[in-house]
Design a protein around this ligand. Structure first.
Ligand code: 0RA
Length: 683
């Protein structure tokens, strides 16, 4: 679909747009259209508008898309496509522009075949953005004129107007999200940059510019443009790693039989794990799917054929396995097809069977040619695979001995595990606790019935660089694996999981963050199913305990602390009309408490508006007594836990690679610059 066949102007006209219904359902149930009304849903509005411009660019019109975060809370997305048609729709007697902005379209698509749509899951249409915005302004340059229409809460405020002359063509959509719908209306620049960078890799030859005009003094501009498409993506992922084939393999081809675009890039590194990122119509498929199946089949087949024909494998040698050829392989697979079907728990898996056939054929054929034409790269790749195969055989032998000894049979639960008395996994929890002192408090404070405690001492093994056989020798990891009951590697079986919830409980400081990241890496690399099936959590110990008289509260951030103090003192510490609006904490922060004294244990006594407020700051889990630990962090009735999700495999991989990989300088820099935010690490 990316073949840029120019269409004749006017080939597409307003009557090709199929109309379904008005926008009321969108305002009633926003989540159904944009997933949520939290920050993810808010940013979804931007993706939606950008997707429309991407479609236009992919159809061959315009090669630049500019996203601007304006200082009045609006976002503008401009493209240089044909411009949304403004002519009158013969049946509905309104401008096509108004139809596009005010009516929900069938499956989010324009019917009639005139317009190609890339968005599958997102593609709900720009009308959804309009429905969820307090203000929208659409500007269209077409036929030498500039046209404009404005909307409020999805309703046109006037007819489409011609407001001047214009050079060139294009569309600009400016919108202000409705604050009564969204939890927050503040756009996050980094989120937008990350998303658009990825889009740029997947949309070869289109420039994505971002302007943050919210801070006048420091207006910042960014642009992403990748001539190499997904090959640039692979280079980016592998940046800083030791690579095997210096030439990145790349193919981009249209499959006529299924009318599908297939793009694959691949490069081996000296690492042990596989990094593969799959997309269908620019939507990430965290669970893979048919395109991935096709790719893997062809990869194993072509490398075995090559190894045999060039004598890297002798007659008596066994074939390379899928695992052998995937070790250290970084791959991006992107397909674009008419009717993507998404399956799986999170709709993150591509279902279309024709994608398997198309990717297997197109990738297989091109990879075979690549190996022939780049003998040095071919040799480096095959050398890595053969080594992997030999190491795997050795590791298997080593592990078999360990396994035979019964170390992982669950018969010998580790001594330092304080197990729960229940044997029912569905109600059982395992707390992984940093350090022995916190472990001691947790053991005393817990509910013995269903809460087990495993203290982990020191830094567990850095799993990123270790092979399975080495890991199995590490005591901390051995204890953990035995406690989990699932076994590991090929022997992994989730049915044997002994606890429904595995809760990582570490301090809210840099060391705690590091241990948490190590554990997350371990789960991510070796127990991904535990994450995918929602078994891994992060405990959130509070930062402060605020007490006023007999009343007390635990809070998790500085802001919460301030608003809790305001609320608990009825805003007496504040002055003026805004005093009651203590949630807005702005005025409150500037108000100095009338008196403050700090005692050596970190407790602070303030007098706010004549009331005595006690603020205790917790430095670490070890400082809480067993009762406090139970009350603040372990009591199911009051605790706050964060579910660990594999939301974005690339992000996770990057964080882990930076934190765990060989690049020490990058690691230092990351930890220093993210020391505070790392505690919110969303892998
Ligand atoms: C319908 C038909 C045509 C273009 C578009 C929609 C269009 C939509 C968007 C949304 C953002 N930017 C856009 N650019 C174009 C084709 C009109 C023709 O044939 O000239």
């Amino acid at each position: 679909m990316a073949d840029k066949k120019p269409q004749k102007a006017g080939e597409y006209s307003a009557n090709q747009i199929q109309v379904l219904e008005g926008l009321d359902p969108v305002r009633k149930r926003p989540g159904m259209y944009i997933g949520s009304t939290g920050p993810a849903g808010l940013h979804h509005l931007v993706w939606e508008v950008v997707d429309n411009s991407v479609d236009e660019a992919m159809a061959g019109y315009g090669n630049e898309i500019v996203t601007t975060l304006n200082d009045d809370g609006t976002v503008s997305v401009s493209d240089f496509g044909r411009g949304i048609p403004v002519d009158m729709h013969p049946q509905f007697k309104v401008s096509a522009l108004e139809l596009v902005l005010t009516k929900l379209h069938a499956g989010g698509k324009f019917g009639g075949g005139g317009y190609k749509v890339s968005g599958g899951l997102h593609g709900v249409g720009v009308s959804v953005v309009n429905a969820l915005s307090s203000y929208v302004r659409a500007e269209v340059k077409r036929d030498g004129k500039l046209w404009m229409q404005e909307y409020a809460f999805g309703k046109p405020q006037a007819k489409v107007k011609e407001i001047g002359n214009a050079r060139g063509t294009g569309t600009t959509i400016t919108f202000k999200p409705d604050p009564t719908i969204f939890e927050t209306v503040e756009f996050d620049l980094q989120t937008i940059l990350d998303h658009l960078r990825q889009h740029a890799y997947l949309t070869r030859g289109v420039k994505f510019a971002v302007i943050d005009a919210r801070v006048k003094s420091a207006t910042a501009g960014y642009a992403f443009y990748f001539e190499g498409g997904v090959a640039s993506f692979v280079r980016h992922i592998n940046h800083g790693k030791a690579v095997k084939n210096t030439n990145v393999f790349y193919v981009s081809k249209h499959d006529d039989a299924s009318d599908m675009d297939v793009e694959v890039a691949l490069q081996y590194t000296d690492e042990y794990h596989e990094s593969v990122f799959c997309f269908a119509n620019n939507i990430t498929n965290a669970e893979g799917g048919s395109h991935l199946v096709g790719f893997r089949a062809a990869l194993t087949r072509e490398l075995n054929n090559y190894a045999r024909s060039k004598g890297f494998l002798r007659e008596k040698d066994a074939n390379l396995t899928g695992e052998d050829v995937r070790e250290g392989c970084t791959t991006v697979i992107s397909v674009k097809l008419k009717d993507p079907q998404f399956e799986g728990q999170t709709k993150g898996k591509l279902g279309n069977p024709e994608a398997r056939t198309a990717v297997e054929a197109i990738f297989g054929e091109a990879f075979k040619v690549f190996l022939e034409e780049h003998p040095r790269d071919g040799e480096a790749i095959i050398g890595k695979c053969v080594l992997a195969s030999q190491a795997r055989a050795a590791a298997r032998a080593a592990r078999d001995t360990v396994l035979r000894k019964g170390a992982f049979e669950g018969l010998t639960l580790p001594g330092k595990l304080a197990d729960c008395s229940s044997k029912d996994p569905s109600i059982s929890e395992l707390y992984l606790v940093e350090g022995d002192s916190a472990g001691g408090s947790a053991k005393q404070g817990r509910n013995r019935e269903n809460q087990a405690i495993l203290p982990l001492r020191g830094k567990i093994l850095n799993v990123e660089r270790a092979r399975l056989d080495k890991m199995l020798a590490n005591n901390e990891i051995k204890s953990l694996v035995i406690a989990l009951g699932t076994n590991i590697g090929e022997m992994f079986n989730i049915a044997d999981l002994r606890y429904d919830r595995v809760i990582i409980m570490t301090d809210a400081d840099v060391d705690g963050a590091h241990i948490r990241t190590l554990l997350l890496t371990l789960f991510y690399r070796y127990f991904p199913e535990l994450i995918k099936q929602n078994h891994i959590y992060i405990a959130q110990p509070p930062l402060f305990r605020i007490a006023v008289g007999k009343q007390f509260r635990y809070v998790f951030t500085e802001e919460e602390k301030q608003s809790a103090i305001d609320e608990m003192t009825d805003g007496r510490g504040m002055t003026g009309a805004g005093a009651k609006e203590s949630k807005v904490a702005k005025g409150a922060k500037e108000e100095a408490p009338e008196e403050a004294e700090e005692s050596p244990d970190g407790a602070q006594a303030l007098i706010v508006g004549g009331m005595k407020v006690n603020v205790q700051r917790y430095k670490g889990l070890g400082e809480m007594n067993p009762d406090q630990l139970w009350e603040t962090t372990m009591d199911p009735a009051t605790r706050v836990m964060k579910l660990v999700t594999i939301e974005d495999a690339e992000k996770a991989d990057n964080v882990f690679d930076v934190l765990m990989g060989e690049d020490v300088a990058a690691r230092k820099h990351f930890i220093q610059t993210h020391a505070k935010s790392v505690q919110n690490l969303d892998i």
